[in-house]
Design a protein around this ligand. Structure first.
Ligand SMILES: Cc1cc2nc3c(=O)[nH]c(=O)nc-3n(C[C@H](O)[C@H](O)[C@H](O)COP(=O)(O)OP(=O)(O)OC[C@H]3O[C@@H](n4cnc5c(N)ncnc54)[C@H](O)[C@@H]3O)c2cc1C
Length: 292
């Protein structure tokens, strides 16, 4: 299929892109890596009359760090995230998870901003934004605002961005030294969207007690799903197998809401969530310096 006819602008400055978005918000689409937008246009699911190509906006493609956080421009490619040394040391959960996204060819083009704004419930990056307490900077010609990841994802393929706003930066606080992490998923083949996946974080104190935990799931509802009650049940405790089993049961039976698809039933997704949660918690505890 071919897309419906559209006009095309390729600004070199963010300011120009913001101005175009302001004039044409209702009919325009931003083009980042094009890995989701272009197929959707070819299927004519989306028919923008104007495409604003961000690929020449160099000022949106950085990865930097200050004292407490990483700052990632929305046009940084997924492949850039994969090989960035700051991401590997400051947010090892993100480093571990990025290679699970699609194939290298797709990661060469796909951007962090495009994936986050696309808000596919089966995508890895929205889950990681929630797990890592990211803040997302939205900009329009009227100014900028920061949105916490937990308030950004508003349902399937839907976000809190206004039509004239561009996601420009992602801020990720450094993971703390006593925090262990794990990212696990099951996909039919390497590179396919996963049937189920989980990002687990566990922080332990000097006595090995859990002070903070996080469990966030992909393909488990209409957006990334934060299993808050299961994570809370681990806090203040020394993490035994029985406790992990009960947290995994709570998350997979009560907190996630998988829909199933052509490859899987919701029941199998819940089974996968339970198995993956136990495995991911064990690995996270080990990496936090615990006994598991
Ligand atoms: C075969 C295939 C397999 C894939 N498998 C996976 C997978 O396993 N896991 C996974 O997570 N992803 C997967 N993807 C998706 C891919 O990784 C990209 O992350 C994703 O398509 C979006 O990134 P993009 O930069 O290509 O965005 P685009 O496709 O260019 O844009 C996506 C949407 O975001 C909007 N947008 C883009 N940038 C901005 C911005 N800065 N501000 C506001 N709006 C913006 C666009 O207007 C569009 O609506 C797959 C894609 C393909 C083609």
């Amino acid at each position: 299929m071919k897309p419906a006819p559209f006009k095309y602008h390729a600004p070199h400055l963010l300011e120009e892109a913001l101005s175009l978005m302001n004039q044409h918000a209702d009919e325009a689409k931003l083009l980042a890596g094009g890995q989701s937008l272009v197929p959707a246009m070819n299927f004519r699911v989306v028919q923008p009359s104007l495409l604003i190509d961000l690929n020449h906006v160099q000022e949106m493609a950085y990865i930097s760090e200050d004292k407490n956080a990483l700052h990632i421009g929305a046009m940084a490619r997924e492949r850039q995230l994969e090989f960035n040394a700051s991401i590997e040391t400051r947010t090892p959960l993100l480093h571990e998870a990025v290679p699970f996204i699609a194939h290298p060819q797709i990661r060469n083009r796909g951007t962090i901003g495009g994936s986050i704004v696309n808000a596919d419930p089966a995508a890895e990056l929205p889950v990681l934004m929630l797990a890592l307490d990211a803040r997302l900077k939205a900009q329009s010609i009227s100014g900028e605002r920061w949105i916490n990841a937990k308030d950004f994802f508003a349902g399937m393929f839907t976000t809190a961005l206004e039509p004239n706003e561009i996601l420009v930066e992602i801020e990720l606080p450094f993971m703390s030294a006593h925090t262990g992490w794990s990212f696990m998923e099951v996909a039919p083949r390497a590179g396919d969207y996963a049937l189920m996946g989980v990002a687990a974080l566990v922080t332990l104190d000097e006595n090995g007690k859990c002070t903070h935990a996080k469990l966030v799931y992909l393909n488990a509802g209409d957006g990334p799903v934060d299993a808050k009650d299961a994570a809370k049940s681990l806090e203040g405790e020394t993490l035994s197998d029985a406790l992990m089993e009960s947290a995994a049961a709570m998350a997979s039976e009560k907190e996630i809401n998988p829909f199933g698809n052509v490859h899987t039933s919701p029941e199998f997704q819940r089974h996968l969530a339970k198995v993956l949660t136990k495995k991911a918690l064990k690995q996270a505890i080990q990496r936090a310096g615990g006994a598991q």
